[in-house]
Structure formats: structure tokens, C-alpha cells
Design a protein around this ligand. Sequence first.
Ligand code: PLP
Length: 391
Amino acid sequence: MLRTIAGFDRIGEENAFAVLARATALAREGRDIINLGIGQPDFSTPEHIVEAAVKALRDGHHGYTPATGILPLREAVAADVEKRTGAPVSPDNVVIVPGGKVTMFAAILMFGEPGADILYPDPGFPIYRSMIEFTGARPVPIPIREENGFAFSAEETLALLTPETRLVILNSPANPTGGVTPKAEIDKLVAGLADRPDIAILADEIYGQMVYDGLEHVSLLSYPQVRDRVILLDGWSKTYAMTGWRMGYSVWPAGLVDKVRKLAVNCWSCVNAPSQWAGLAALTGPQDAVAAMVAEFDRRRHVVVEAANRLPGVSCIVPKGAFYAFPNILETGWKAKPLASALLEQANVATIGGPDFGVYGEGYIRISYANSTDNILRAMERIGAFLAENR
Ligand code: PLP
């Protein structure tokens, strides 16, 4: 028997990938599956970005790049983040990574070890907890509650801090709930965290450009009190519909950049060169495709919420960001995971059960509205028919 380190017995997964595999297998059998499970835009990457990658290949960008990314791209990221957060950002603090997940991986690996506490949102992106468990640190869930509009509660979060807390993970706009934490609450959080200069903050702002109702995205980097401890996680996957390109970036406090660079040298060397040139075109080119996509998500979230609230036993608050709705299914009498599974197997609709995002996700399912209005409406009709027959 080969014996691997204990972390591999604790590491988790992202069930969205298993649901996608099952949905694809069922579709291959000829079933008409509507996928509201997957967390990626249903748009293609804008043409000028694709062209930039093709041009990069033709121009001979075939080799390794610096481990933290090509300089023009890091400069463009620094300028873009500066513009959106008001924080002064140096290209030296920017690291280009193969997807936002890699920032998460690097940050959690940097602070997680037995004896350390790491706070993370629950329900939240499942990889936070999985990676914390991997390192042997203690995962401390921050409850994200429907009655708070799925925003972080500063009071509840700060009450969870212990002398052992090394890292706090924040995510707004949020997956899986679509919650956006209001500025007043982030102000309070920052005020509390300002007293703990030993705690790093991983600010997962990958949905930062997808906020609705005239709300403003508030970046943790915009707070000078904690700026020297914030690790900003962002990237191209969601904003530019580039999930398969594996392009993310992070902004690191000065003392940590070199550690990430070393991790890159040891692990991924660099992000593939043509994707980096495409990323540059995305940031410096026209932004109208982003605006059009966000406007379309904005329209669709009302379609989902209205349809969800007509389902028997279901209620759904209006998400303020990202492209997810998180309807409450408690009154249907179903547990969330069996319901999500039955919906896929019997009603041909893929969703994700709330418990795949944490213990506080019970009683909810995640619906991604990164699908056409027509498909959303057909899917909600199917869910309605299923619930009417199976309560
Ligand atoms: N953070 C959150 C909250 C996400 O929902 C996702 C992807 O679903 C990621 C990070 C990872 O993004 P990427 O595909 O760039 O690794």
C-alpha cells in the first residue's frame, strides 16, 4: 500500500464538476438536459480577445514567460485594479496565475497548518474548506445567512476570531448565493480586523464586476488600514467569459510576492503565453461585451427569481451580484442534495444542492442563470411539475 500524506485523505472536491459530468453523460444518452448547475458564463470569449491569442501564437510567443507573468500584463492589471479600487498598485505586486483557484491554493497553503484557524464563508466556494482541510488548519465557517441577504455579518465574523486565526477569506459578490456585502458591513469588518495586524485577508472578488441595482462593488483593497494584508483574488474567468483559458491574477502584499513567485517556479512555471496576451487584450480593449453580458445577467436574475417564487414550497430573494440564485427549498419537504439529484435524474435539470457549499447550505439549491432565458423558463417549469408531483 502506498502511503500518501494525510492531507489527501481530507481534501475535498467541487461537486459542480461531478454534476457537469453526470449532466453531460445523460445528454449523451439523448436526454434533453438543461444545465443550471455550472458556474460559467454561457457567452463566448469576445472575438478581439480570441484574436489576440491567435496573434500571440503567430508572433512566436511559444516559450516560458516570467513566473509571475509578462510585464505588460502585470502593468495592465495594476492600472485596472487601481482604477477600480482607488488603491495604488505596483505591477511588482501582481501575479498572473492559471485561474483564480490558484490564488486560493497559494494563500491557504501559505497560512494553513495544524494549530492555525482559517475563517471562510459557509455557504461558500467549496475549495476554501477543502484546501484548509488539506493543510491541517482548523476550518472555521462564517455563517452566511438569508436574513442578511446572504451578506457577511461583521459582528458574527469578528466574534469567530481567535488568537490562532491566521487568514480570513471573504467573498463578495458571492458564490453560491449571489449575495453582496454592503459597504457599511465591510467598514465594520475592516475596523475589527484593523486591530489584528497578524491576520491576512483573502478577498475573493472574482465576481466584482457583476453587481446589480446600481450597487457599487467595494474592494477590500480600497481600505488603507488593511491594504498591507489583503490578498486580492480576481481574474478573467467570469468577467470575460474565459473559464477554460485558466487566467487569474492576484495582488499580494509586498512581503508575500516572492513566496508566490517561488511557488510558481516550483509548480506551474508560468501561465501559458498566448493566454497572457489574450488577457492583456481583454483589459486594454473595449469593455462593451462585459457590459452587455452583465446587463443580460441582470435581466435573467429577475426571470429566475420570479419563476422560483412561483414554485410550490420555494422562496427566493433577489441576488445582488454574480450569476447565481439561491432559492430556499425548506418548505418543499425535500433535503437539498436529494432534491438536486432527483431534479437531474427525473426532471432533466441540473442544479447544485446547497450542502455542496457548506453545512449552512442545507435547505437551498444553487441555480446558475448563466443560461438562456428560454432554457431558464423551461427548467423552472420542469422543476415546478416535479415538485407538484413529488412533495
Ligand atoms: N472564486 C469563486 C468564488 C468562484 O466561484 C470561482 C469559480 O467558480 C473561482 C474563485 C475560481 O475561478 P477560476 O475558474 O478562475 O479558477
